[in-house]
Design a protein around this ligand. Structure first.
Ligand SMILES: Nc1ncnc2c1ncn2[C@@H]1O[C@H](COP(=O)(O)OP(=O)(O)OP(=O)(O)O)[C@@H](O)[C@H]1O
Ligand SMILES: [Mg+2]
Length: 259
């Protein structure tokens, strides 16, 4: 299920603006990779290139390579829709379809992929995905209630259930806890820890403790100034990054001396 991604010499543009420059990175399967760095350094931009969401923005483009288990995600014969099925994404703000039922929210991605499934298979998939997202026990008696009837933390887990229902290989999470309270945050962190048994996970976070708690490897992005491109400054095992980073800029950022 889980796959590795090797990124080389990746540049990301919005029109003429080079937002992220020269990224080389290996993302290991069955592990959690955290991406940290100051606002505007291109973490979200970089993350979106890993499932070709970047190119839905008019004028946006990518050069370089992102190779998933030997397959270049940007090769001309690759269907971006299929890439997005294999590389799922969870966003900063929980974004369930508010009027759709909890069960239908879980199935939304599957239906989008034009997969027809029987009622029994759908029920099974809903239960499996919600169990995987650690939400089943809280919602099993109200699957027909709207997605908006859940708390913020529950909604975020519902979005994770929706993402894993399509059986992706990789899960990208862009600050998935930033709108959540500490208890819900902990629930998501525990879930991320469990999900790495099955998925390759890349998580963007502003929370240093969270990066230290949930990730195996951490990449630090930085930017020299406004209008300059973001770059990957350093990437290493999370314990090394937080105890003895090689770069002064990393040290300054993680110890809060940035800026
Ligand atoms: N849709 C867009 N069109 C043009 N420029 C964009 C777009 N989205 C982001 N940018 C620019 O690209 C750069 C990187 O932005 P990005 O959102 O990737 O940063 P980030 O590291 O995720 O920041 P934050 O921590 O605040 O979320 C910024 O200069 C931003 O203004
Ligand atoms: Mg961002």
């Amino acid at each position: 299920m889980s796959k590795r991604i090797d990124i080389s010499d990746l540049n990301v543009y919005y029109g003429d603006f080079l937002a992220v420059e020269g990224v080389h990175m290996s993302i290991e399967p069955r592990s959690v990779t955290a991406l940290i760095g100051p606002s505007g350094c291109g973490k979200s931009t970089f993350l979106r290139t890993l499932n070709r969401m970047h190119e839905v923005i008019p004028g946006a483009r990518v050069t370089g390579k992102a190779v998933m288990d030997g397959q270049d995600l940007y090769a001309p014969d690759i269907d971006p829709v299929e890439v997005r099925r294999q590389v799922g994404m969870v966003f900063q703000r929980p974004n369930p379809f508010p009027t759709m039922s909890i069960a239908d929210n879980v199935l939304a991605g599957v239906k989008l992929n034009n997969r027809r499934i029987s009622k029994a298979a759908a029920d099974e998939l809903v239960e499996r995905s919600l169990t995987g997202a650690n939400l089943w026990n809280e919602v099993k008696d109200r699957l027909e209630k709207p997605g908006s009837s859940l708390s913020g933390g529950q909604q975020q887990r519902l979005c994770i259930a929706r993402a894993i229902a399509v059986q992706p290989q990789v899960l990208l999470m862009d600050e998935p806890c930033s709108a959540l309270d500490p208890i819900s945050t902990l629930a998501i962190e525990e879930l991320v820890h469990e999900l790495k048994n099955d998925y390759t996970i890349v998580i963007v976070t502003h929370n240093m403790q969270q990066a230290a708690r949930v990730s195996d490897r951490t990449g630090f992005f930085n930017i020299e100034g406004t209008g300059k491109p973001g770059r990957l400054i350093e990437m290493d095992d999370t314990t090394t990054m937080f105890s003895s980073p090689a770069q002064q800029a990393t040290e300054d950022y993680i110890s809060g001396r940035f800026g």
